[in-house]
Design a protein around this ligand. Structure first.
Ligand SMILES: *Cc1c(COP(=O)(O)O)cnc(C)c1O
Ligand SMILES: [Zn+2]
Length: 503
């Protein structure tokens, strides 16, 4: 809809202005740095940063009903920069001019309600929010849209002539970074570091296809992360991992979308998120906190972080009930079908600790929980979801398995509604589905296929080899008719089809 046609009360608010004052703040020593430069960690103490808007209090002056109207009316705008995550501009990027914003179609992924079969099976009403329907097929695009819009802003301001964007990745970060970098063009080159043989073939081809330099490193993600940290310390590069607080800012949009999709009523809602490097759960907690502080939502939803028992350092940390006794111990991740979360030393752990405390304090009771699942549960639940209309990837399976676990542990009950994150598209991880169907998982996955969940193609040919066409042999008209009939008969027999009475 054309801006001129919107109601008067909303017109002044439709197109946002850069009125925020964004700063990096250290979660440890509280030092504040302006965002004119790229910082990843605090120059004073080395801790991770988050971006805060020092003018945030201005947002609290707008009544909550007006905020809701602003976001709802913005849905109708045909302005590209405001079509994606920046519908919530004031909360995630209020220092960027709109002409710096990069929009590749990210955000506003659908929340799909599970059918009654799935709801009975899980014992809960729930929705899959399909973040695999982002441009590079994972939620990482949300954070990249933010980080690259900011880089684009710095380029436009003449602060940079050439940028090398670099990241370590379990597969999806690199796909997203390479995609957004390629859009900006020659000024930005991208390089990605992947753990050798620890990303799927699709994920390896994504950054290659976007024209990025791809380095395969013997080791795990945590090792690649140490190398890019080293590179970003010693060389002039832009680090695109979620250590970069701009990534977190963009990923907050996931929380804002849930608020908007559920009419800003988050009472009795439960959000489930798989945890790897812990950037996403950081962003989602922070997003809900900001909407809560601006009174756009009246309730903070329950948050449940899910980890596989093969990569569960966050779960282990919180399994100690007494906060004073908790101790974070990094571990070596083992083989996981939730491969994008196969991380033993999550970079955002200090952010999680900070925000989990704040979240529960604001809510007045415990609202953040952590559960653990087995590899078997992860893939079984993924396949069940896939067989019931969902494009859930293994991580979607992990969050669904996490919901079932949370129900069992009485963290949630059937009066609540869950929104579970399918963080990527099933197609990215179809090699794990293949391993399941072919029963050839390596032992370390600890997965035994259940026959009732398996599927395989059936090759059908006529018994008479003379009736098989090939590249070099064409069948006669009569032979071809026999070919069609024989195969039809076999398929009909297999499917136990009944003969049409007219014949
Ligand atoms: C990156 C990723 C995760 C883990 O998210 P973190 O922010 O690292 O915790 C989970 N699922 C998919 C598909 C991912 O790409
Ligand atoms: Zn510091």
């Amino acid at each position: 809809m054309n801006v001129a046609n919107f109601p008067e009360k909303i017109k002044d608010y439709l197109i946002p202005k850069p009125e925020g004052k964004l700063v990096f703040r250290c979660l440890n020593c509280q030092s504040v740095y302006n965002t004119e430069k790229l910082f990843y960690t605090c120059p004073k103490c080395g801790e991770v940063l988050l971006i805060y808007d020092e003018n945030f209090s201005r947002l609290k002056k707008i009544p909550s009903a007006l905020w809701r109207d602003i976001f709802d009316y913005r849905k109708m705008l045909n302005i590209n920069s405001l079509k994606g995550i920046y519908r919530y501009y004031e909360f995630i990027g209020s220092a960027l001019p709109l002409d710096s914003i990069i929009y590749l179609g990210e955000g506003h992924t659908p929340a799909i309600e599970a059918n009654s079969y799935m709801q009975n099976l899980s014992g809960m009403r729930f929705f899959f929010k399909n973040d695999g329907q982002n441009p590079s097929a994972s939620f990482k695009d949300r954070g990249m849209a933010s980080a690259f819009s900011y880089i684009n802003f710095l380029i436009k301001k003449g602060k940079f002539k050439n940028i090398l964007a670099i990241c370590a990745s379990t597969g999806d970060t690199s796909a997203a970074a390479a995609l957004y970098a390629s859009y900006i063009g020659d000024v930005v080159k991208s390089a990605v570091l992947l753990p050798y043989k620890k990303v799927t073939p699709q994920q390896l081809l994504q950054p290659l296809g976007s024209g990025a330099k791809v380095f395969e490193i013997p080791g795990l993600f945590d090792d690649c992360m140490k190398i890019v940290e080293n590179l970003s310390k010693n060389y002039n590069v832009a680090l695109l991992n979620s250590k970069n607080a701009w990534r977190i800012l963009g990923q907050e949009s996931y929380a804002y979308e849930i608020a908007q999709e559920f009419e800003y009523n988050l009472k009795d809602k439960v959000i489930l998120i798989p945890i790897g490097n812990a950037g996403n759960i950081t962003a989602i907690m922070n997003g809900f906190i900001k909407f809560y502080e601006a009174r756009i939502i009246d309730n903070l939803p329950k948050i449940i972080g899910v980890q596989s028992e093969h990569a569960d350092p966050v779960y282990r940390y919180y399994s100690e009930a007494d906060p004073a006794k908790r101790k974070f111990i990094p571990l070596k991740a083992k083989a996981s079908v939730a491969q994008a979360a196969m991380i033993g030393n999550p970079v955002s752990m200090p952010r999680v600790i900070h925000l989990e405390t704040l979240y529960n304090k604001l809510a007045g009771k415990q609202k953040v929980f952590f559960v653990q699942t087995t590899e078997q549960e992860i893939i079984d639940w993924q396949l069940i979801a896939n067989q019931n209309g969902h494009i859930a990837c293994t991580h979607g399976g992990e969050t669904l398995a996490g919901l079932v676990k949370a129900k069992k542990e009485k963290i949630v009950n059937e009066t609540e509604t869950a929104i579970i994150d399918s963080t990527a598209h099933a197609l990215k991880f179809s090699n794990f589905t293949d391993k399941y169907f072919q029963n050839n998982f390596e032992k370390e996955f600890e997965i035994t296929p259940k026959p009732e969940l398996c599927n395989a193609p059936i090759f059908v040919k006529p018994d008479n080899d003379k009736l098989i066409p090939s590249d070099t042999k064409e069948l006669s008209e009569n032979q071809f008719e026999q070919f069609v009939n024989k195969i039809s008969d076999k398929i009909a027999a297999n499917l136990k089809l009944e003969k049409n009475v007219r014949n």
